[in-house]
Ligand binder design. Structure first.
Ligand code: NAD
Ligand code: DAU
Length: 347
């Protein structure tokens, strides 16, 4: 019997992971622990409200007593940890909350698990992490699992620290752990502070499309469901103590990606080609902007047979379709605090 604690399950990737596990594994009890910050949204999970193997608890991972109580009450057997402050730009303006949640919050969860679990062989602590821990690539090369850590933003430094803590609990206490470091995800329910949903929303509203610097930075894009399938595989079949890189093999310069989005949204809205592109604006670059991320995912492919199934054209098409069909969701998440964030960040 597994009672799996999924943290951050009301966020973008977390909501897809929770939905996948609740539906695919009816014998598992899924407890979604989420503080419901600006990035957590119960609307991402309305379809699960009646599922009888699903529970949501509104708890901050920094709250030691509350986290311990959840472990006890639900007899938690495993953890899939996604809760985090996740947006690089916010980490530049307000680093401390990233350190509190991503480092101390992770330590708090690890400690709760250590206190609760008596036989580590029977339990898994899985940390969902990022490729940004490896730093920034030049024009060539790929991040491998052995690439030395070189985080360069407060966000990536906090995620690197949390990875190290997870490994420390493995080496020091013998906890069974798994870590995955994944590239940029996109898909439904992503908060519109991230590039893809922000650009879609701005195209719909006929606003300027902000591209940092000259738009030549490169990211490797992965459709969120492909990430979810990888998490499922690593959780069930990955080797104890190991790290797996996950990537889409879909490198795009930011400007090229924004062009693709412009064409896709214009086409789906029936607007003339070139309409959205005319609103692209090059804006001040992100401080310390990592140039290029690219993943060597050969380990997870060879050991676990994982392959990304969705190419960028298909994934972007589905994503744009979802945002256009869910205008109410988009309106609600961009009212209130989002307006202040947008003003401060984009002027
Ligand atoms: P997100 O910002 O959309 O969601 C984060 C979730 O964590 C929200 O539901 C939020 O309410 C919750 N949360 C934040 N602080 C919390 C706290 N103190 N206690 C409890 N819950 C808290 O993030 P995301 O993009 O879905 O990313 C999820 C995880 O995957 C993160 O750990 C992130 O570092 C990692 N990751 C993200 C990407 C990506 O492209 N988005 C890629 C690789 C790895
Ligand atoms: O690589 C994985 C990481 O991907 C995750 O760990 C992070 O949680 C996630 O936020 C993401 O980080 P990025 O900084 O790469 O994603 P973001 O969507 O913020 O930006 C993607 C690229 O687009 C980046 O080069 C910055 C650029 N950008 C972003 C925004 C928001 C713009 O040019 N304009 C924008 O307005």
């Amino acid at each position: 019997m597994k009672n799996i604690l999924i943290t951050g399950g009301a966020g973008f990737i977390g909501s897809h992971v929770v939905r996948h596990f609740v539906h695919k594994y009816p014998d598992y009890k899924i407890v979604n622990l989420d503080a419901l910050t600006y990035a957590g949204n119960l609307e991402n999970l309305t379809d699960l409200e009646s599922a009888n193997n699903y529970t949501l608890v509104k708890v901050d991972i920094n709250d030691e007593a509350a986290v311990n109580a959840v472990f006890d009450k639900y007899d938690i057997t495993d953890v899939i940890h996604l809760a985090a402050e996740s947006h690089v730009d916010r980490s530049i303006t307000d680093p401390l909350i990233f350190l509190r949640t991503n480092i101390l919050g992770t330590a708090n969860l690890l400690n709760a698990a250590k206190g609760k679990w008596s036989d580590f062989d029977k339990h898994i602590f899985y940390h969902v992490s990022t490729d940004e821990v490896y730093g920034s690539l030049g024009d060539t090369g790929l991040f491998e699992e052995t690439t030395p850590y070189d985080p360069r933003s407060p966000y990536s430094a906090s995620k690197a620290s949390s990875d190290h803590l997870v490994r420390a609990y493995h080496h020091t206490y013998g906890m069974q752990i798994k870590i995955t470091n994944c590239s940029n995800n996109y898909g439904p329910y992503q908060f519109p502070e991230k590039l893809i949903p922000l650009i879609i929303n701005n195209i719909v509203l006929e606003k300027k499309l902000p591209v940092y610097g000259d738009g030549s930075n490169v990211r490797d894009w992965l459709y969120v469901q492909d990430h979810v399938e990888a998490i499922d595989l690593v959780f069930h079949k990955g080797t104890n103590g190991e790290t797996y890189n996950i990537g889409g093999n879909n490198e795009k310069q930011n400007l090229e990606l924004v062009h693709l989005l412009c064409d896709t949204v214009d086409a789906q809205l029936g607007r003339p080609t070139g309409d959205a592109k005319s609103r692209i604006e090059f804006v001040t670059d992100r401080p310390g902007h990592d140039k290029r991320y690219a993943i060597d995912a050969s380990k997870i492919k060879a050991e676990l047979g994982w392959e990304p199934l969705t190419d960028v054209a298909t994934g972007l098409g589905k994503t744009v379709e979802w945002y256009l069909a869910n205008g109410e969701w988009l309106n609600r998440v961009t009212s209130g605090d989002y307006k202040k964030y947008y003003e401060v960040h984009y002027g």
